[in-house]
Design a binder for this molecule. Sequence first.
Ligand code: SF4
Length: 55
Amino acid sequence: MVSVDADKCIGCGACAATCPDGFEMGDDGKARVKNDTAACVEEAISACPVEAISK
Ligand code: SF4
């Protein structure tokens, strides 16, 4: 299961930009997992500057 640690997330949007099928930005300015089976999840994990995404 892919998850975003909201305490670590700085709301930069890189995951949603890199992998819009897998992530979206919530009203709280933090990223949310949309689909943890998206093919681009690994790219989003690499793109996150604070390593807030884990699987
Ligand atoms: S890339 Fe990381 S820090 Fe940026 S919005 Fe996504 S989870 Fe948050």
